[in-house]
Design a protein around this ligand. Structure first.
Ligand code: C2E
Ligand code: MG
Ligand code: MG
Length: 733
């Protein structure tokens, strides 16, 4: 640990510090500033720290007690004592990595300092008094230039308050000392006698009001007091001189003052009255706070508003909801999400994404009443709070307007951008006693709406909470199944109908459940699909099937043998499916042409662009794309044109009844015809009888899969049956 450098002006510095009259107690006027800093920078601690000869003294602090343990208040371990040895702010990203601080008790002890940023507080005479700092118990990457500028601005506010205090302290001391201190104060100091004629007028006053000392000495103070305030001020001064309670004397008030040219500006006014030779005298310390007012307004806006859209942020929403709840006034919260903002960012760039968010913010603001609240909660989620609306129907109508507003195309940089939006609604009172509960319930309703897709809106219902709990339980169970290697793959053969030769297999998921035995997907697939682990399971299936197939090929399976793998919709939504597949192929050494991905119509219509792009990329490399359960959906024809499909799998429901239902046979005929016209291979699923096989062959179907040729079986059984030499398998992931 390195102790801070000693300062050459130490004795003068301590005298300067003494002028502020801190005698062991903090200064409450600084509290709002440290609180604002902690919120703005999202840190647990913010401190105004003054540095005495041996110890530091916390004039104001949040997140840490001002009566610091004397051991921790030692100057030689103080970060701020380092800060005042520099003119520039001191920023320590990670104290554990900094040779000056890594073994400092503030770092190694309970206080757990990691990140520190402190701006030195310099007196008007140029002495370092201490520092204004923010502290985090987690390391950070540093402080951006705009953040640093904000921290310095806040330090400026601290200095303003300190200066006021210094002058007040001086006024309480002798007149001579007062006048000398007053002369070089950055604040205007004005004194007047019983007749309100100016007796003291310092340099700062001359500058602030545009009138020199010569001009003003002996003149009426009315010159700087706007007319509409005069009576009230004079009456108050009179009362105070008579020893009666006063409205303004003895405290700091905000007041307007008037310049020589008649312009009026906001000031902070500290007024005092004393007796001199039996007559009252008046004194005022005046500070122009126009800049500070602006800075405060800006800081408030920054702390409470989203920078991109200028909309209020979550803290404002929480505050307004709390106010409504406390006043027992109804309100509706509508969470609105721009569901494909991520895709817009990926395909058109972050610039277009940002522009989209801004325009969306405008449309949402326009979709509600002027006094409703529109907040931005995260990248793609907004919240509308409708004041005094407790009727779910009215809220639903408002949600519909909001969603419709977002689903109209946006025109950005020459692009026509279309987005899907969803909305979830919760009402208070009713859908939550606490503010956070109402927000969480609106989020649950939003999740439900999103799951339904296509611009849905949903009002919260208690069942959603139960469903969320059930999903979490399912996820926990699936996680356990993965960890315990209870998930396994079975393989079903696919054969060439003409000669019965093996052409491939489909990998089918099974759960070897410790209590319920071997489960088929029907028993558990919905739990995976509705939870958070679908992509994880999907990737495991892909990897296991590819590894198994590569091994079979190395051990003698035919060059043309290919493996069919079913995909979950979540695999398209998570990261990057194309890359995932490429990595698995590379790792297993399986050629792309030996893999066929099976997708269903529900996946295809889920999210066009995000689905098509990875499939096109994989298809170009030779990976097969099979359209599973073909014929059962609605939009099958149009999908065929847009998606890079290499095979249609005729659904087993048609095969099952093809010999008894002319319609089903006709569907099969139509699919075979489509395959020919689009030059796409066709395979029939669910072939159970030789009759069905013969009929399909006659109709021109080349490949088949079904119990007739083999049920889904373990890899060992599969190898034993289809490959000459008994082969070892790899099952575990
Ligand atoms: P699918 O992809 O259409 O798979 C064919 C289903 O038909 C399999 O059911 C198979 O056992 C069954 N099947 C095959 N031949 C016959 C037959 O001759 N008669 C009858 N009645 N049924 C036959 P399974 O294994 O229960 O799988 C059901 C569905 O679960 C699959 O339908 C697929 O959509 C899904 N699935 C299975 N494994 C996975 C997987 O690893 N990932 C994903 N995403 N989905 C899977
Ligand atoms: Mg399938
Ligand atoms: Mg199928």
């Amino acid at each position: 640990m390195r102790p801070p450098r000693l300062l050459p002006d130490e004795e003068a510095r301590l005298l300067a510090l003494a002028e502020y009259g801190f005698e062991g107690a903090g200064d409450p006027s600084l509290d709002p500033i440290v609180a604002l800093a902690a919120r703005m920078f999202d840190v647990p601690m913010a401190v105004v720290n003054l540095i005495d000869r041996e110890h530091v003294f916390l004039a104001a602090a949040t997140g840490i007690a001002t009566d610091l343990d004397p051991e921790l208040a030692r100057r030689d371990i103080s970060f701020c004592a380092h800060a005042i040895t520099h003119e520039e702010p001191l920023v320590v990203a990670d104290a554990t990595l900094d040779p000056r601080f890594h073994d400092n008790p503030l770092v190694t002890g309970d206080t757990q300092f990691r990140f520190y940023a402190g701006v030195p507080l310099i007196s008007p005479g140029g002495h370092g008094l201490g520092a204004f700092c923010i502290i985090d118990t987690r390391a950070r990457s540093g402080l951006s230039a705009p953040d640093l500028a904000q921290l310095q601005e806040l330090a400026g506010l601290v200095l303003d308050k300190l200066e006021l205090r210094r002058l007040e302290t001086a006024r309480r001391a002798s007149q001579a000392r007062f006048e000398s201190i007053a002369q070089n104060s950055p604040d205007a100091v004005v004194c007047a006698d019983a007749a309100r004629k100016v007796t003291v007028w310092n340099r700062a006053a001359a500058q602030m009001f545009g009138m020199s000392e010569e001009e003003m000495l002996g003149q009426d103070v009315a010159a700087i007091v706007p007319e509409h305030i005069r009576t009230r001020l004079y009456e108050d001064l009179k009362r105070s001189a008579a020893g009666e309670p006063s409205e303004m004397v003895g405290k700091t008030t905000e007041f307007f003052a008037q310049r020589k040219d008649g312009t009026v500006f906001p000031t902070e006014f500290s007024l005092s009255v004393w007796m001199e030779d039996g007559a009252p005298s008046y004194g005022a310390i005046i500070r122009d706070i126009s800049d500070r007012r602006r800075a405060e307004a800006e800081l408030f806006r920054l702390a409470h508003h989203d920078a991109l859209t200028s909309l209020p942020n979550r803290s404002v929403l929480v505050k307004r909801l709390s106010e409504a709840t406390a006043a027992k006034r109804p309100a509706s919260v509508i969470m609105v999400s721009l569901d494909d903002l991520g895709a817009v960012n990926d395909t058109l760039g972050k610039g277009v994404g940002d522009a989209l968010v801004k325009l969306a913010a405008q449309r949402l603001t326009g979709s509600v009443r002027p006094f409703d609240t529109v907040a931005r909660l995260s990248g793609h989620v907004f919240a509308l709070m409708l004041h005094e609306v407790g009727d779910p129907l009215r809220a639903a109508t408002a949600a519909e307007h909001a969603v419709n507003a977002l689903m109209r195309p946006f025109s950005i940089d020459g692009h026509d951008v279309h987005v899907i939006a969803s909305a979830g609604i919760a009402i208070t009172p009713g859908h939550g006693e606490e503010v956070e509960e109402t927000i969480a319930n609106a989020n649950l309703a939003l999740a439900q709406a999103k799951a339904e897709g296509g611009g849905a809106r949903r009002v919260f219902a208690p069942a959603m909470r139960q469903a969320a709990i059930a999903r979490r339980q399912h996820d926990a169970e699936i996680r356990r199944a993965i960890d315990n290697r209870e998930l396994v793959l079975h393989y079903q053969p696919q054969i060439r109908l003409q000669d019965g030769a093996l052409v491939g297999a489909e990998a089918l998921l099974r759960w070897q459940h410790p209590e319920r035995g071997l489960l088929s997907p029907g028993a558990f697939l919905h739990a995976i699909e509705g939870g958070l682990l679908a992509a994880t399971v999907g990737n495991w299936v892909l990897e296991t099937a590819c590894r198994q197939t590569a091994r079979w090929r190395r051990q003698g399976a035919s060059e043309d043998f290919r493996i069919g793998v079913n995909l979950f919709g979540a695999q398209f939504r998570a990261d990057d499916l194309a890359t995932d597949v490429e990595v698995v192929l590379a790792k297993s050494g399986l050629p792309p042409t030996a893999l066929e991905l099976e997708i269903t119509e529900t996946i295809l219509i889920d999210d066009d662009d995000a689905t098509i792009a990875p499939l096109v990329r994989l298809r170009e490399q030779g990976v097969g794309v099979a359209f599973d359960d073909y014929g059962t959906g609605y939009a099958s024809l149009s999908l065929l044109k847009r998606f890079p499909i290499s095979r249609l799998k005729i659904d087993q429901s048609f095969v099952r009844t093809m010999c008894t239902s002319r319609e089903d046979e006709a569907v099969i005929g139509a699919v075979l015809y489509l395959g020919k016209r689009f030059e796409i291979d066709v395979i029939a699923e669910g072939i159970e009888t030789p009759h069905q096989a013969a009929r399909l062959t006659r109709m021109g179907c080349t490949d088949g899969q079904g119990y007739l040729f083999g049920r889904p079986m373990t890899p060992e059984t599969f190898a034993g049956r289809f490959f000459e030499a008994p082969l070892r398998s790899s099952q575990a992931g």
